[in-house]
Design a protein around this ligand. Structure first.
Ligand code: CA
Length: 526
């Protein structure tokens, strides 16, 4: 409620200020620029814009070397409007809105909030500016469907230039390779193989201490993981897209297969008995104790091969392909999608120059600068043209990424993250894992809308949003509760299922499916 009032207030303020200033300032400057702009220049004369950005508790800082360099190259500089002492992004954002004094360039952690600001008139649509002044952004949108879809708002306008990544993969399946070797087993290829491997981990003492203490399948995101385990049978407790149609998976036949197997695996001790309660330290705890066998997690899982090398001789986690499900498909559901970047406010005086700067960040020179920093300082070029971070970065007391951020590298702006930048920080196991998944994009379902933490990231009109939240607020806790009770063996799935479906229908699941169908079609039409 409060936010609504803010926004209405904001629209009034914006309308007033636009009225006071007039629009005449926007036109003439650009024509003059067109003729003289060469190289990376975004403006013929130095120009400074205000910017609202706060990322990882770091307000934008105009003194960062990378941004000074960018100003040298483009003639465009930015002045952050959030004081360096303020690390509360949301508070600063609300303060800016209520003051009515918008920065020229705005980025905020929530894309939904930014789009709302756009629809309410606080941001300008960027569609035409991209067509005219941003050849690099336009080329990427033509080439990269996911980037393009993520850029468009529900109303057909582009308000936000997203931060994009070249690497598509997110989480990988990881297994103790030394345990496999010790027990004479192969890396599992099908979900049935996986069952056999987990059973062997459970029963055959791969850690060799004489105790049946192994925890074959574990995860540090236990709160969502029982649902992610259902992916092994190509199902979940959520919505998914099948041949262009939204389905609610608990109503589909694969759900029955998945739940029955999960119930069995849990009962047989293949899944961490403390999965719901062990918490985010699970990976640390179970790997360090030489007890955990297999998990689904990020690239950092490869780090344990180094950190545990001394305490657990031979310790080796390797990534492996998603196992083939009961229908013969090999699917990895988790992936990364473009995130929030930056926007131009409706009070910005010279949107053309700003768009030229936005485009610079996607040009080869800007892409290098924003990913690697400054040549000779943060990175060096090898004879073969590849780049490497210098010792100043790699041996920094702050951690390499911390140091880079202190220079203004990899800030949360509209840009493309270079995969080689990411590879530069990976362990050997991490590189192998990342390469394995990114070389096999056919494992991913590219027609899915963003699928983060098991939930489709669709966007809704305000009316649909409130209807949808109301229905799902009633359905999600019910599904979670039932699923847990089946898994933990306190209720019987077969006996419950028909009544469960009836209950979902009475709570309005069909309506929720149709709202999602509409939102999905809007997403795909872009
Ligand atoms: Ca043991």
């Amino acid at each position: 409620m409060k936010k609504r009032i803010f926004v209405v207030l904001l629209v009034l303020l914006v309308a007033f200020s636009a009225f006071a200033k007039g629009d005449s300032e926007k036109g003439p400057a650009t024509k003059a620029d067109d003729k003289v702009l060469t190289g990376a220049l975004a403006s013929a004369t130095p120009k400074e814009f205000t910017i609202f950005l706060n990322f990882n508790n770091m307000p934008f800082n105009m003194d960062w070397p990378v941004w000074k360099k960018a100003a040298e190259m483009t003639n465009v500089s930015f002045k952050g409007i959030i004081p360096q002492s303020n690390s509360n992004e949301e508070e600063a954002f609300n303060l800016m809105l209520s003051s009515g004094d918008l920065a020229d360039v705005i980025g905020f952690k929530s894309i939904a909030v930014l789009e709302e600001l756009g629809r309410d008139g606080g941001l300008i649509p960027l569609n035409d500016l991209i067509d005219k002044y941003a050849p690099n952004i336009k080329a990427l949108m033509d080439k990269d469907v996911v980037f393009r879809n993520a850029s468009y708002s529900l109303d057909g306008n582009i308000y936000n230039i997203p931060k994009n990544q070249e690497l598509f993969s997110a989480e990988y399946w990881w297994i103790r390779n030394d345990w496999l070797q010790k027990l004479g087993l192969q890396v599992p290829s099908t979900v049935d193989d996986l069952y056999k491997v987990l059973t062997a981990f459970r029963n055959n003492d791969p850690n060799g201490n004489g105790l049946k203490d192994e925890v074959p399948l574990f995860d540090r995101a236990g709160w969502k993981m029982p649902d992610e385990y259902l992916y092994l049978w190509d199902t979940s407790t959520e919505f998914y897209v099948r041949d262009g149609k939204i389905v609610f998976e608990p109503l589909e036949k694969d759900f029955k297969v998945g739940v029955k197997n999960i119930v069995k695996w849990y009962k047989e001790g293949l899944i961490d008995p403390e999965i719901f309660t062990r918490g985010p330290k699970s990976r640390d705890v179970l790997l360090s104790a030489n007890q955990g066998g297999l998990t689904h997690d990020w690239v950092s899982t490869g780090n344990y091969n180094n950190t545990l090398a001394k305490s657990i001789p031979g310790f080796e986690m390797v990534a492996f392909a998603p196992t083939m499900d009961q229908n013969g498909n090999r699917v990895e559901r988790t992936s990364r999608f473009p995130g929030v970047g930056w926007s131009i406010s409706s009070t910005a005086k010279d949107p053309v120059t700003i768009m030229r700067f936005f485009d610079f960040c996607f040009s080869p020179a800007g892409y290098e600068l924003m990913n690697w920093g400054i040549e000779g300082e943060t990175f060096a070029r090898n004879a073969d043209g590849t780049k490497a971070f210098t010792d100043v970065v790699m041996k920094s007391e702050m951690s390499p990424l911390g140091y880079l951020r202190s220079q203004g590298v990899q800030y949360r702006i509209g840009m493309k993250q270079d995969q080689n930048y990411e590879y530069a920080f990976m362990t050997e196991a991490g590189k192998k894992a990342t390469k394995l998944y990114n070389d096999n994009l056919d494992w991913f379902r590219l027609d899915q809308a963003p699928y983060a933490d098991g939930v489709l990231g669709l966007r809704y009109t305000p009316e649909d949003e409130s209807a949808y939240q109301k229905i799902m607020g009633n359905i999600r806790p019910y599904v979670d509760e039932k699923f847990q009770s089946w898994m933990l063996g306190t209720a019987d799935f077969d006996k419950d299922y028909d009544g469960f479906v009836k209950e979902l229908k009475s709570r309005g699941i069909d309506k929720a499916i149709s709202i999602n169908q509409k939102a999905y079609e809007t997403y795909m039409k872009k």
